[in-house]
Design a protein around this ligand. Structure first.
Ligand code: ADP
Ligand code: MG
Length: 294
């Protein structure tokens, strides 16, 4: 059920009814994660539950430190929950597996391998012959538009290109779900915008479900079908929003009333007006009278 503050219409209702008719790929049930450091117990995630449907593009949004990376690391099998469980296609997740592809914010390509060998790596690890791994890697490199750079090394690529290789590498293993943790967070604004549009194109053409973490509100509204909003201290699901902005998406929609209303609603969830005041701290006056600015 969507928030009463978001635009509602029949198209939106039909779109999400269809989405929920699809099989559940990822089922997160009552996930709790506690950390203990220096004798103190800290609950990073508190009974998080949600489902992601086949071919859905779900964004997870929340302020820094609310547990987004912890959540995705547990789904990836890189960390274990304190309690709760995760099912992928109905099977319990118990460690990393090729059914989940990961793309992180930091560049994680092997610097000593070429683009082609980076993409071949997972295929070889999963037992593909050299010739099959090579031809499949080249297909994925072509899909992300980097054919000309197949023999380049990561240091010869821009940040956006590196992330395109990371996406190709993750998709080459044909994961059921692509887990992305702020993948464009280190890019400049222009490359970031390009990569967002690019990711939507890839998602349209490849049979994959995406769970995408971000703290950027516009990015979440531009990319997602639904947005899981996490709160802090401890992190719980504050809302699961059905994004009313129609597809296909384009950047002209950023100024549409529906886009702005959705952004505004997220803004209020993540930065309630009182929080803004609390975050401010007193700054002593260090200018002379007469040079005031507003
Ligand atoms: N290995 C760890 N040990 C102790 N505390 C951790 C560990 N990993 C994360 N945390 C804490 O859990 C909280 C959530 O962290 P994180 O998942 O990285 O947040 P986000 O990705 O939303 O910024 C933070 O308070 C962080 O300090
Ligand atoms: Mg993080």
């Amino acid at each position: 059920m969507n928030s009463q503050y978001l635009p509602q219409n029949q198209d939106v209702a039909t779109r999400f009814a269809k989405l929920k008719d699809r099989p559940v790929v990822l089922d997160v049930r009552n996930l709790t994660k506690g950390f203990s450091s220096g004798g103190n117990q800290h609950t990073a995630l508190d009974r998080i539950s949600f489902q992601v449907f086949r071919r859905e593009f779900m964004c997870v949004l929340g302020p820094s430190g609310c547990g987004k990376s912890t959540l995705i690391r547990i789904i990836a099998g890189l960390d274990t929950p304190t309690s709760g469980e995760i099912l992928l296609d109905g099977n319990q997740v118990q460690g990393p597996g090729s059914d989940r592809g990961m793309v992180f914010q930091s560049y994680t390509l092997f610097p000593w391998l070429t683009v082609k060998k980076n993409v071949m790596f997972g295929l070889r690890m999963s037992g593909q012959s050299l010739s099959v791994a090579e031809s499949e890697a080249l297909e994925w490199i072509d899909l992300v538009g980097l054919k000309k750079f197949k023999n380049s090394y990561p240091h010869q690529l821009s940040g956006g290109m590196k992330q395109r290789v990371a996406i190709a590498r993750a998709l080459a293993n044909r994961p059921r779900i692509l887990l992305m943790d702020e993948p464009f967070g280190a890019l400049d604004a222009q490359s970031r915008a390009q990569m967002q549009a690019y990711l939507l194109d890839i998602w349209k053409n490849v049979d994959v479900t995406i769970l995408f973490i971000t703290h950027d509100l516009d990015e979440a509204v531009y990319l997602s079908d639904r947005i899981l909003v996490l709160g802090t201290n401890p992190s719980r699901v504050s809302e699961l929003i059905e994004n009313p902005v129609p597809r296909p998406r384009n950047r002209a929609q950023f100024t549409s009333a529906t886009f702005r209303a959705t952004h505004h609603h997220l803004e209020e969830l993540i930065h309630p007006p009182c929080a803004e005041v609390q975050e401010r701290f007193p700054i002593p006056r260090m200018t002379t009278i007469g040079d005031d600015v507003e």
